[in-house]
Design a protein around this ligand. Structure first.
Ligand code: F0G
Length: 448
C-alpha cells in the first residue's frame, strides 16, 4: 500500500484560483467590516466556509442533467432519482425538497406541538431552529466524550444510550420522533457507530417512537464504520449504508453534502403514514411531489451523485483530506478537535492564540488572519456565533468535495507554519454593530 492517497479523478473543467496580494485583501476585509460572510467569493482563494452545495460535479452528473425530463408532473427524472434512493436506503416513499431545512420544516411543521421534545446526538442549527419555531425543544444527548476536543474516541458522534433510555422513559408521550445526526456536524463531523445506531433504534422503538436519521453525511459515516468498527471491516460500503438505514423509519437529507450536488434534499420514509400529509404541504410551499422545488436536472445529478459517493476510492480520499490536514496541523503545534471529522477540521483558536481573551474573539482573529495571509475563508464557531453560550472558540475549515487538490492543502499548511511563528502578534476584535439574532452573518468588527 502506497503512503500517498490520490484524488480518484482527473480534471476536465477548471476554474481559475483568485490570487490577490495581502494589501488587496486588507482593503477587501476593511470594506467587509472584518466579517468574512461579507466578503465576495471573487476575493477568496480557498473557500472553506462550508462543504454544503460546494461540490464539483462529475462528467456523468453533467451528462445526466442534459437528458433530464423537465415535465411538471411524473417526470422520468423523478423516477430515476426515487428508484436510486430506494435502492440505496431501502425506503419506498421519497419526497424531494429544495434542501435539508425544507425537509425539516415540512416534517416538524406536521408533527410538532408546543412542549414536545426531540432527542438527538446533536441537532444542527437549522434543525434546532425548525423544532424551536414550533414551540418544541431540541435535546442534545451526545456521549460526554463528544464534548471534549482532545478526546480521541473513534465514534464521538454516538448518542448517550443510558440518557436516551431514561429520557424516552420519562417523556415518551411528548416525543413524536427521535433522531440521530450522521455524521455529527455540530460535534465536529464525528461519526456514529452502527452499534450505537442499532441500540438507539431499539430504544426509540421500545417506546413506540419513530426513528428518523439526519443523513446528510451518511456515506462519510459509513466509511468511518468500515474503518473503525471491526465487525464491519470486510463489509462493502453499500451494505453498511443499507444496514444503517434499516435501523430507522426514515431520514431527512440535505443532498448538498453526500448527494454530491449543489442544491437538493429529500425526506425518505419506510411506511406511508405521514406521506399524504407531507405531500399536501409540499405542494403548498415547495412544489409538485415529483419535483419538490427542484429542477428535474437537479434530481438527475443527485441520482448519479448518490452512486458516486458510495465509491470506496472516493471516500478513502475524502476522509484522508481532513485527517491529513488535522494531523499535519497537530504536528506543527496547531491544536484541533480530535480525531479529525469527515468534512472539516476545527481549529481550537483559544489554545492557538492564548493571549487573546474570549471577549476579544480569538476565533475571529484567526479566521481574519487566515484570510489576510492566504485568502482562506473559514467560519468562526465560538463567541461571535454563540455569544456567552459558547463553550469553545473554534474555527471551522470545511472542505468542498472534489474541489481542491493535495498541492493546495500543502500550500495552506506552509502558510500555517508562517502564521504559527508570528501568532503572538495577532490582535483581537471588538463588535461595532450587530443584529439581535444570528449576529455572525452581518456583525461589523474593528481590531482592538
Ligand atoms: N443537517 C445537518 C447535519 C447539516 O449540516 C445541515 C447543513 C443541515 C441539516 C441543513 O441542510 O443547508 O441543505 O438546509 N449544514 C451546512 C453546513 C449549512 O455548513 O454545515 P441545508
Amino acid at each position: 500500500m502506497r503512503k500517498t492517497i490520490i484524488e480518484p479523478f482527473k480534471i476536465k473543467v477548471t476554474e481559475p484560483l483568485v490570487m490577490k496580494s495581502r494589501a488587496e485583501r486588507e482593503k477587501v476585509l476593511k470594506y467587509a467590516h472584518y466579517n468574512l460572510f461579507l466578503v465576495k467569493s471573487e476575493d477568496v482563494t480557498f473557500d472553506f466556509l462550508t462543504d454544503s452545495g460546494t461540490t464539483a460535479m462529475s462528467a456523468n452528473q453533467w451528462a445526466a442533467m442534459m437528458v433530464a425530463d423537465e415535465s411538471y408532473a411524473g417526470s422520468r427524472s423523478f423516477h430515476r432519482f426515487k428508484d436510486k434512493v430506494t435502492q440505496i436506503m431501502g425506503y419506498d416513499h421519497i419526497i424531494p425538497t429544495h434542501q435539508g431545512r425544507a425537509a425539516e420544516r415540512l416534517l416538524f411543521g406536521m408533527l410538532l406541538k408546543p412542549g414536545m421534545k426531540i432527542p438527538s446526538n446533536n441537532h444542527f442549527d437549522t434543525t434546532r431552529a425548525n423544532i424551536e419555531v414550533m414551540g418544541a425543544q431540541a435535546v442534545d444527548l451526545v456521549i460526554p466524550e463528544g464534548r471534549i476536543p482532545e478526546n480521541e474516541h473513534p465514534f464521538k458522534g454516538n448518542i448517550d444510550l443510558d440518557r436516551l433510555e431514561s429520557f424516552c422513559r420519562e417523556f415518551k408521550d411528548k416525543i413524536p420522533v427521535g433522531m440521530l445526526t450522521i455524521t455529527n456536524n455540530t460535534g465536529g463531523g464525528q461519526p456514529v457507530s452502527l452499534e450505537n445506531i442499532k441500540k438507539a433504534g431499539e430504544i426509540y422503538h421500545k417506546y413506540g417512537i419513530p426513528f428518523i436519521l439526519d443523513a446528510c453525511r451518511f456515506a462519510e459515516n459509513a466509511f468511518f464504520i468500515k474503518t473503525r468498527e471491526s465487525a464491519y471491516a470486510t463489509e462493502s460500503i453499500p451494505s453498511i449504508v443499507r444496514e444503517i438505514f434499516d435501523q430507522a423509519d426514515g431520514c431527512m437529507m440535505s443532498a448538498k453534502k453526500d448527494g454530491l450536488v449543489n442544491i437538493g434534499g429529500f425526506i425518505a420514509l419506510k411506511n406511508s403514514t405521514w406521506v399524504q400529509e407531507l405531500r399536501n404541504q409540499l405542494i403548498l410551499t415547495e412544489g409538485f411531489p415529483t419535483y419538490g422545488g427542484l429542477a428535474a436536472r437537479d434530481l438527475e445529478a443527485l441520482a448519479v451523485g448518490l452512486d458516486e459517493v458510495l465509491s470506496e476510492d472516493y471516500l478513502r480520499y475524502r476522509i484522508a483530506t481532513s485527517a491529513y490536514m488535522a494531523n499535519s496541523l497537530n504536528e506543527m503545534g496547531v491544536p484541533t478537535v480530535k480525531p479529525a471529522g469527515g468534512h472539516a477540521v476545527y481549529i481550537d483558536a483559544a489554545r492557538f492564540l492564548p493571549h487573546i481573551p474570549k471577549e476579544q474573539f480569538p476565533g475571529q482573529a484567526l479566521a481574519t488572519e487566515l484570510y489576510l495571509q492566504d485568502g482562506i475563508r473559514t467560519c468562526e464557531i465560538g463567541s461571535v456565533m454563540f455569544k456567552e453560550a459558547a463553550t469553545m472558540e473554534l474555527v471551522r475549515m470545511a472542505f468542498p468535495r472534489r474541489v481542491y487538490t493535495q498541492s493546495h492543502f500543502d500550500y495552506i499548511l506552509e502558510g500555517f507554519q508562517e502564521l504559527k511563528a508570528r501568532s503572538s502578534e495577532l490582535k483581537g476584535y471588538r463588535i461595532k454593530e450587530a443584529p439581535p439574532f444570528l449576529r455572525h452573518f452581518t456583525a461589523k468588527f474593528e481590531r482592538v
